[in-house]
Design a protein around this ligand. Sequence first.
Ligand code: CA
Ligand code: CA
Ligand code: CA
Length: 365
Amino acid sequence: MTPLNTVTPMTHPKKPVYVARCLYTILSFCFVCLSQFTTIHAAGIDSTNTFAYSGNDDVDGALGLVALFLKEQNRREGATYVSKDVESGIVGYQLRYYDDGNEVVDSEDWFSVKRYRIPTEPDTTKEEGYYKSDYMELVDFGLNGLDENDHYFIDGRRFDLRGQQENVLRQFQVQIESGVTAFLKKVTFEKVSDAIGTRAQTDVKKTQSYDDGSLPSQMVLGLNMDYVFRPIVRNGQTLPEQAMLEEIRQRLGFVLSASMEYTDLNGYRFREIADQVALLQRTYDPIEMPMIKLVIDALFDTDGDGIITSDNISNGYTRFREIHQQLIEQARSKNQRIVLPTDKLQRLREEYRALHNSAFKIPEM
Ligand SMILES: [Ca+2]
Ligand SMILES: [Ca+2]
Ligand SMILES: [Ca+2]
C-alpha cells in the first residue's frame, strides 16, 4: 500500500538530472498542494500529474477518477464519455470511458486511449484534422491494466491481446499511461479531484483496498454498496488490512446482529452475539442490504457521504449502546422482559429521520 504523499516510482524513461533539479522546487510546491486532497486517494497519479497503473488486478483507483471526470465533463454522450484531444509532442491522444450503465466505475467498464501522429507539416489540401482518423486505440477492459483479455484497434480493425507476452502487454500499457498522463498534465489532477469531490471513492467500485488503504464495501461487508472504510490508525500506526477488516466487522457485525435479535433485559442474547466470532466476521447476503443500509446510515455514516472513518465506527457503536439502553428502560417501565427487534428497528428509523431529515426508504436492490 502506498500512502498518498509518496511519489510512486515511475517506469518511464528517466529524465536528465539537470531537469530533475530544476523541477525539484516546483515539485515540492505541488507536493504540498497535492497532500491537501484528503478526500482523494490516488497513489497512481504523482505530483507531476503523471499516471501509472498501481499494478494489482483490481479497478485502478487513479484511472477510475479520470473516468469519473470524463463522465462529469460530458454526461450527454450516453454511455461513452470522451475527452477533448490532447497533444504531446508529435502525438495526439483522446481518452474514452465506457460505463456499462450502472453509473459507477467498475470491472464491467472499459477505458481507452486513442493515439495518432500529428504531421509536422499537415497536408493543407486535406480537411482539417484529417490525420486523426489514422489512429491506434488501446482498450483496457476492467480498468485494471492491460492483460490478455484486452484488445486494440488499428484503423478500425480489432486485435486481441490474448497470447501476448508480458513485455508486449507492458509496452501497450505504457501507451495508455502516456495518454492519460498527457491528459492529466493538461487538465491537472487538482481539477479532476475538484470536479469529483467526495464521490471519488464511493463511485469507483473496487474489490481490493484503495491506494490509501481504505477498504471498499465489497471487502468489509461482502456486498457492493456505496461505503468506503478509511484506514484505522492507532498509536501512529495504520492497522494491517486483515486486522482492520476484523475490527470493523466485529463492531458493525455486533450492531447489525444485535439490531435483528431480541435482547432480554439482563443483556442475554447480546452477550451471546458478542461471543460468536463466526456471526460477527461473516460477509452478508444481498437480502440483508436494506437492513445494513438502515443501520449504517443511522449510526455509522451519519453525514451520508458514504465514507466511514474509525471514529465513525466507535461513535456508531457507542450510539447503538445508548439507544439500546433507552429501549431497555422503556421496556422495564412497561414491565416487559425483552426488547424486540421491531422496537430496535423502529428506533433506528427515528434516529435516521433525525439525522437525514427524511424517512428511511428501502433501497432498490
Ligand atoms: Ca460501470
Ligand atoms: Ca484490462
Ligand atoms: Ca461519512
